[in-house]
Ligand binder design. Structure first.
Ligand SMILES: NC(=O)c1ccc[n+]([C@@H]2O[C@H](COP(=O)([O-])OP(=O)(O)OC[C@H]3O[C@@H](n4cnc5c(N)ncnc54)[C@H](OP(=O)(O)O)[C@@H]3O)[C@@H](O)[C@H]2O)c1
Length: 216
């Protein structure tokens, strides 16, 4: 039996200094500057797949293509959406370009143009099981995936213990406690159980800071 290949799982975060991704009213564009956004496109191009949640699709309608030079070119990462109940709108920008993989946990009798629906097991909350998504991606030959999602998916990813790297872009801006935190609750009752990461680099990126961490 051959061992499954390792999967690099990168969580990308673009936040204020105090770790917020949006105001309480949802306004989020743009917290980080153009240099950070350019770097995110280069990171996308370096990963086999980009994963987001339906919350981000509904809020921002992203395309999630890699545009390191401002245009879509070269091999594109596989785009992946976790959408338990198939709430993806038929006119979503994600449904243009190369087919997107939509993981869901409900019975579906219909499909979208330009999307491959993949039914998977549900987690205890009835949502697409994060680990099952990663197992499926690995079985399809994906070796690296970058998560670009809101707090809910980021929280599930961290809780799974499967995130190997964090790319954190931090803008010199403070939003305050009423803003939306970048990672949903982890349910920790002891500090000793907090997931830890080791910082492997920190650089200036325009006006922002770009920190890279790997699992500690
Ligand atoms: N600054 C950044 O780096 C960044 C990046 C992306 C997005 N954002 C911001 O994040 C906000 C959206 O946040 P969000 O938390 O609503 O979006 P999200 O994390 O992208 O998506 C959350 C949705 O994904 C679905 N889902 C399916 N399986 C899940 C699982 N195992 N765990 C968690 N969720 C699962 C759930 O809906 P169902 O139960 O219906 O499936 C859930 O409501 C927007 O304001 C956007 O601008 C910020």
């Amino acid at each position: 039996m051959t061992a499954a290949h390792p999967l690099r799982v990168t969580l990308k975060l673009a936040t204020s200094l105090d770790g917020r991704i949006a105001l309480a009213n949802g306004q989020s564009q743009w917290i980080t500057g153009p240099e950070a956004r350019g770097q995110v496109h280069r990171l996308r191009a370096e990963h086999d797949a980009i994963l987001t949640g339906i919350g981000t699709v509904l809020a921002d309608d992203p395309q999630l293509s890699a545009r390191p030079n401002g245009v879509v070119s070269g091999d594109q990462p596989q785009r992946v959406v976790m959408d338990s109940r198939l709430r993806m709108p038929a006119d979503a920008a994600m449904l243009t370009g190369t087919p997107v993989w939509v993981f869901h946990a409900c019975d579906a009798s219909y499909g979208f143009a330009n999307a491959k629906l993949i039914q998977t097991e549900a987690d205890e909350a009835g949502r697409v099981c994060f680990k099952a998504v990663l197992d499926t991606l690995r079985s399809k030959g994906v070796k690296s995936v970058m998560i670009e999602a809101g707090a809910e998916i980021a929280g599930s990813a961290i809780r799974s213990g499967l995130v190997t790297h964090i790319e954190w872009f931090r803008a010199p801006m403070l939003i305050g406690a009423e803003g939306i935190a970048c990672i949903a609750g982890l349910g920790l009752e002891e500090l000793a159980l907090a997931p830890t990461f080791q910082r492997i680099s920190v650089r200036a990126c325009g006006a922002d800071l770009w920190e890279t961490y790997q699992r500690g």
